[in-house]
Write a protein that binds this ligand. Sequence first.
Ligand code: ADP
Length: 503
Amino acid sequence: MPPRVVLPDGVSSVVFARALAQLRKVVGPEQVLVDREALLPYEKLMLAAPEDEYAPSGAVLAATVEQVQGVLAVCNKYRVPLWPISTGRNFGYGTALPATRGQLILDLKRMDRILDVDPVLCTALIEPGVTYQQLHDHIAERNLALWLDFPGGGPLVGPLGNTLERGTGSTPYADHFAQACGMEVVLADGRVLRTGMGALPGSRSWQVYKYGYGPYLDGIFTQSNFGVVTKLGLWLMPAPASYRTVLVQYPDDKGLEQAVEAIRPLRLAGTIPNPCALSNAALALTAYTRRADLYQNGGPTPDNVILAAARQHGIEPWNLTFTLYGTPEQIAPNLEIVTRALEMSGGSVDADHRDPSQANELNLDAFHLLDWVGGGGLAWIAPVSAALGTDAGRQRDIARSVLGQRGFDYLAAPTVYGRDLHHMIALVFDHGDLQAVQRARMAFRELAAAFLDNGYGLCRTGIDYMGALASAYGDTHRSVNRALKRALDPNGILAPGKSGIRS
Ligand code: ADP
């Protein structure tokens, strides 16, 4: 294959060649990739956008903090924009690709040491390239009674990248950033910042107390481009003595409103300790069948077709799952309370369900939804609302109508985390079909705009929508982020465009 011709914005081929030569000295010649073939693994974009708009100029694989510092020095000198990734999956949000064309990917997968797992304090300290599978295996090998909470990408992705994006999972530790404790960040100028108690020389409490002294800085390194995170502390859940996963099903559409109203007080009281995800029939059905087996016409699959197929697999219009953890003695009274409340809300309760993600079993189940139409296209849209039945219902109606007009099925898992509800919607399409990509692109933009117009902000988005979403959050929000960017990365070399932030 011919060499790449993608150059970083404003960097000539001569200057880029000089930068690459110096980067080879920093990380070794074989760790700087510019050939098309070598870059292919980075270039699969699942989003509804032309891949070419996000083509990287190359990739550089650093293995140590010193190498990250060396790479930053070269990139500052030659003004080469650098897009850091950890395990680089970011499924449905942009995979490994940068927010703008021509950035050099800083791939940290070689930094994959588990630096510490403390079974007494139930904490871990990891590097960017560590995957959930690796951490799971480490815990199993040492026979430690610790559980992991992982996102939909399961074994393939890693805690550091997912936490920086404020990803979520399915156990009581589902809010990954809330369970993070202490970061090491290489700033654009090469200085190394340890946050929280990590800033104190000789500190022995980096992974147990988050706030340290003074402003709590960790938040500004999430969903941002202010530094390269090279270590992350995590809290791990002590393995519970036992658990019961509960499935609650609602026979019609208003089950969504009814369930949300019933769940909120149970979540706020802590009776249900983990997020409550409500899969709709279409999403749950993706585990068993493909759309083409049910319906071959254009437009969204009719509700009665979905429901008839769903019921063959024991799926109802809304399917709620959660888990109670603890000793059988602890679980029994809570199960009684939740059963009563959820039955009163119109649900039928099965307290012997199985959901591996709520029980520390790594799995690839989330990928079933890609089989619904095939072709690998996936974009997530997750508007946030208050955990109120009326809001959940409104979001459902908006999504169904906007997606339906573009011929897409509404595949959704509105999830009550606490006071907040994230209406997880998967827009799936055939990425190999240009027309489908175009249609999905329009559907995505229309749906996101409809949510924003109704006051429902998205809490995470793909590289193709970051600028638009940042604009929706207003000028003051943008200008404060820009001031931070200029202070911490004056040359604007780190991930320009990430979360819509540029210097
Ligand atoms: P995962 O494979 O777990 O989905 P990624 O490694 O793809 O996670 O990271 C998700 C996003 O987080 C990336 O696109 C990037 O914007 C950001 N990111 C990842 N790792 C780092 C890091 N070490 N420092 C700064 N930002 C990062």
